[in-house]
Design a protein. Structure first.
Length: 280
């Protein structure tokens, strides 16, 4: 099939425009130091090295291991599923800690209780709501840390004891409010029990409880690297209890202890920010 010269000329013009646009787009992205592809940032230590005894909390049983199908659904092999109780006594209440780490991705969709647990057959009793956790910051240094390059806020600093060397090490904590998105669920087969679940995200050393904001934080186009980590705590409680209040009290206590320990295992974002400044 032969086309008229005018059609061939128009087609050639379109091709030239598309090629020029692609070259111009790549040049613009490069000149603005934008990164459409993210490089992975490895954990400093495996999540399962988090101590089984943290403050007054002790692990119950062994860490849960997910099957291949569940790992594929979760979207990462870097996770921790563990049960903790005060003094290791289940009568004091059992908190299930779930941590999942994602890096080097641009399209990862966070798995959150209001989506996953509802799909598993549980009924949502309350809509998700953000609760500011009463974290104990009395041992944190809130003033002398470096500043986050995006927000200008100062990183809090905490001391973590190295389990091997027994030496204290300074750790930079994420910036932002320690809010968790909290939802209450009910199993229709056992309506007297309520499952309370709450989560927050640490994304490029910034905190958020929103599964939408986390992608904005983690996939900042000005950064070559990206990561985010979901921290989730859940607990079964009797309907006669003030379930959200009880969950908040216990979760805040565990989170106060575990947050500095977790940040020792996540990437040191201050080093990445320093490297980015040197590249400019």
């Amino acid at each position: 099939m032969r086309f008229k010269p005018t059609i061939r000329a128009a087609f050639a013009s379109v091709v030239i425009v598309l090629i020029a646009s692609a070259v111009g787009f790549r040049a613009s992205v490069s000149s603005l130091n934008l990164y459409l592809r993210k490089e992975a940032v490895p954990l400093r230590e495996s999540l399962d090295t988090i101590p089984t005894k943290i403050g007054r909390w002790k692990r119950i049983g062994t860490d849960s291991r997910l099957g291949e199908a569940m790992v594929e659904s979760l979207g990462t092999r870097f996770y921790l599923d563990r049960h903790y109780a005060i003094d290791g006594n289940p009568d004091n209440g059992v908190l299930t800690l779930h941590i999942a780490y994602y890096t080097g991705m641009v399209d990862a969709v966070p798995h959150v209780p209001e989506r996953c647990w509802g799909a598993a057959g549980l009924s949502m009793v309350t809509q998700p709501r953000a609760i500011l956790m009463p974290i104990d910051k009395s041992k944190w240094d809130l003033e002398s840390g470096p500043k986050n390059k995006v927000t200008g806020e100062t990183y809090p600093v905490a001391s973590v004891l190295d389990p091997v060397t027994r030496r204290k090490e300074s750790v930079f904590l994420p910036i932002g409010e320690t809010e968790m998105s909290v939802t209450v669920f009910q199993d229709q087969q056992n309506p007297k029990l309520h499952l309370v679940g709450g989560y927050l995200f640490i994304a490029n050393a910034r905190l958020t409880s929103s599964p939408y904001v986390v992608k904005t934080f983690a996939f900042d186009l000005s950064s070559r690297y990206s990561y985010y980590c979901k921290v989730q705590c859940s607990m079964l409680l009797n309907e006669s209890e003030e379930v959200v209040e009880k969950w908040t009290e216990l979760t805040a206590d565990l989170l106060s202890e575990i947050l500095p320990i977790l940040m020792r295992r996540l990437p040191d974002w201050t080093l990445i920010e320093a490297t980015k400044s040197e590249e400019k």
